[in-house]
Design a protein around this ligand. Sequence first.
Ligand SMILES: Nc1nc2c(c(=O)[nH]1)N[C@H]1C(S)=C(S)[C@@H](COP(=O)(O)OP(=O)(O)OC[C@H]3O[C@@H](n4cnc5c(N)ncnc54)[C@H](O)[C@@H]3O)O[C@H]1N2
Ligand code: MOO
Length: 396
Amino acid sequence: MNALLAVETAQARLFALQAPLPYKEISIFELFGRYLSQDVIAKRSQPAAPLSAMDGYAIRFNDLPGPWRIVGEVAAGSVPPRALATGEAFRIFTGAMVPAGADTVVVQEDVAVDGSTLTLTGEGPGARGRHIRAAGGDFSTGDLLLEAGSLLTPGAIAAAIMGGAARVAVGSLPRVAILTTGDELVAPGAPPAPGQIPDSNGAMLAAMLAHQPARLGDICHIGDDRASMSQLIKDLARRHDVIVTVGGASVGDHDHVRGALADADGRLDFWKIAMRPGKPLIAGTVGDAVLLGLPGNPSSAFVTATLFLLPLLRHLAGARDPLPRIEYAPLGAPLGPGGARRDYLRARRVGGAIVPLDSQDSGQTMPLANADALLVREIDAAAAEVGAPAAYIAIA
Ligand SMILES: Nc1nc2c(c(=O)[nH]1)N[C@H]1C(S)=C(S)[C@@H](COP(=O)(O)OP(=O)(O)OC[C@H]3O[C@@H](n4cnc5c(N)ncnc54)[C@H](O)[C@@H]3O)O[C@H]1N2
Ligand code: MOO
């Protein structure tokens, strides 16, 4: 029997087919969802000077319990006119620089003002330094803020900008072509003739790419004809970084993807993975493009896209950690023993537990519509009881 590749081995071989794409500097307003090509180092400290965290009065802690003479005012964005001396207070606002000499802020709710006299009426600050954000409390000049290969989330973008970044180098987005194959397919919404079915995989894959670091290129369909498939693959390879085909990956007389890849002067790197669903996955190259041939069954296409296509796109876009995150939850239903391939069971998280769906038929779409996780069942795993920890990948 043809030996099946372990999922991890196949993922490593897939990433080895093409290096991450060249990086470029882009505007900070385009950073979301991109991967950093270089570390982001702080060019400034934040805060650069001690700032007030509240609206109130800057004082010396040793002068408590007051009263104080109000000698000036400082708002966010301005510089205190002078230092503060014993017995003095500065009116101060949230985000404003604390005058030299002051070490504490008393909130305005705790004081009364009569002309220029300030008296304590409430509890007052319990400790020296209260309501002051120390210089460098967020980070200091020279600190490593974000590491190369990390994802630019909204929070990471905020930190990069606060650190003084104006333009940031990120990996380029791979351009992806989706090619559905099969004589039985009709375009979504078109009435199928006897023997035909709607092409659901094309739109499903396009939707899976929507939140990934990728640009969607051509979406096309071709019948089960090796010669025209090979011509189309050649053409797509010139204009895309990744070609993802779906269907025609198996051993039938009408499964032409491997043949078409060879005819397009492509190179097959691997075929067949020890996973269920998804065994007949194909990977290779055509020129500089990577071709990933997903099996046609809807669940097989979904699972292989989750484990191979999306990680490949993240790898090409510069991710340091492109693989899906494995999480754990207790089983909500008992599981029989694992088989000869690793299972990715369509499952749902219910009240903190994870439950495989009743149907695991890879030809069905409803389990995909109902699943929000893929439960990972190792090869030859022992049967497991309710409550046993189970590994899963969140898909929604
Ligand atoms: N003798 C064997 N037969 C099969 C094997 C095997 O090892 N020996 N493997 C099976 C497995 S596992 C899978 S998975 C499928 C994969 O087959 P293909 O990738 O060649 O896919 P097709 O035969 O083209 O299609 C399979 C199934 O999916 C439907 N399909 C295809 N494309 C779409 C689409 N875009 N939208 C919706 N549905 C689609 C297609 O009509 C078929 O029903 O092979 C097994 N066979
Ligand atoms: O391994 Mo194929 O992917 O069911 O169903």
